[in-house]
Design a protein around this ligand. Structure first.
Ligand SMILES: Nc1ncnc2c1ncn2[C@@H]1O[C@H](COP(=O)(O)OP(=O)(O)O)[C@@H](O)[C@H]1O
Ligand SMILES: [Mg+2]
Length: 243
């Protein structure tokens, strides 16, 4: 089944076409990578899908239903959640309260929302930080909090915007296994990521965009060998490093 179908998505800012007639599909249970150089339009795609910035043209179908132009909270309530590249926790409230805000979308009682939020925090390796103010968290934990906030809304589809950026090798490994765990519970994932090790480890398929247009699509092992992708994004060094 198609979880997310995007047809000819287009978004311009003044004279700049940030996303240019982009079409793709995320299937149920899939992890799909979205990669490309800085400024390629990746975050703009997420803004259009999640309702933060309506597209100029094109259509977004979530489980077959058009959500194009709907408000972010309505899209989130249907089961599509996104993380922000620049993590935005509420800084002066606790880690637990940050996650409970998401949980209260679906849970009727405070106690049920708290129980669910604690389970998610344990899964994300943040159980011991529940009562810490969010501003006290180092970046790797803020990245996991950003993910935990989304999970609390019970998403069917998760949009991850560079959740591995700024993490060291061990922290990337931890994030890979956390994302795998989330996916194994049935959450379909569209993932923007520059950390290619993460992309290669997790995605079944990858879309590459440049100047808002799709330049390649396919299994990651195949896409990284594509001459156009190497020239536009990866560079020859990447291929050499892969052996
Ligand atoms: N709100 C905005 N107003 C004007 N230009 C924007 C806005 N958001 C993004 N852009 C421009 O659109 C292009 C794509 O940006 P973005 O989607 O953030 O790229 P990526 O996430 O791939 O790095 C860039 O040239 C960026 O400067
Ligand atoms: Mg971006």
């Amino acid at each position: 089944m198609s979880m997310l179908k995007v047809n000819h998505l287009t978004k311009s800012f003044g004279g700049l076409t940030a996303v240019d007639s982009l079409s793709f599909e995320l299937k149920e249970g899939e992890i799909l990578g979205l990669i490309g150089p800085n400024g390629a339009g990746k975050t703009t795609v997420f803004n259009c899908l999640s309702g933060f910035s309506p597209p100029d043209l094109g259509e977004v179908l979530f489980k077959g239903q058009a959500v194009t132009g709907m408000k972010p909270h309505a899209i989130c309530q249907m089961g599509l959640a996104r993380t922000f590249q620049i993590v935005k926790p509420f800084l002066t409230i606790s880690v637990l309260d940050n996650v409970m805000i998401g949980a209260l979308i679906g849970e009727r009682s405070i106690s049920a929302a708290e129980k669910k939020s604690m389970e998610i925090l344990h899964m994300a390796g943040l159980g011991s930080m529940a009562n810490t103010e969010a501003q006290g968290l180092p970046l790797p934990m803020r990245k996991r909090l950003e993910l935990a906030k989304c999970l609390a809304t019970d998403p069917l589809v998760l949009l991850l915007d560079e959740v591995m950026a700024g993490l060291n090798a061990t922290e990337v490994d931890e994030m890979i296994s956390l994302i795998r765990q989330v996916n194994s519970k049935g959450v379909s994932i569209l993932m923007i990521e520059h950390v290619m090790r993460g992309v290669m480890a997790l995605s079944q398929s990858v879309i590459v965009i440049n100047y808002g247009r799709k330049i390649a699509e396919g299994p990651p092992e195949q896409v990284v060998k594509d001459q156009g992708v190497i020239e536009a994004y990866l560079g020859k060094e990447f291929l050499d490093a892969q052996g």
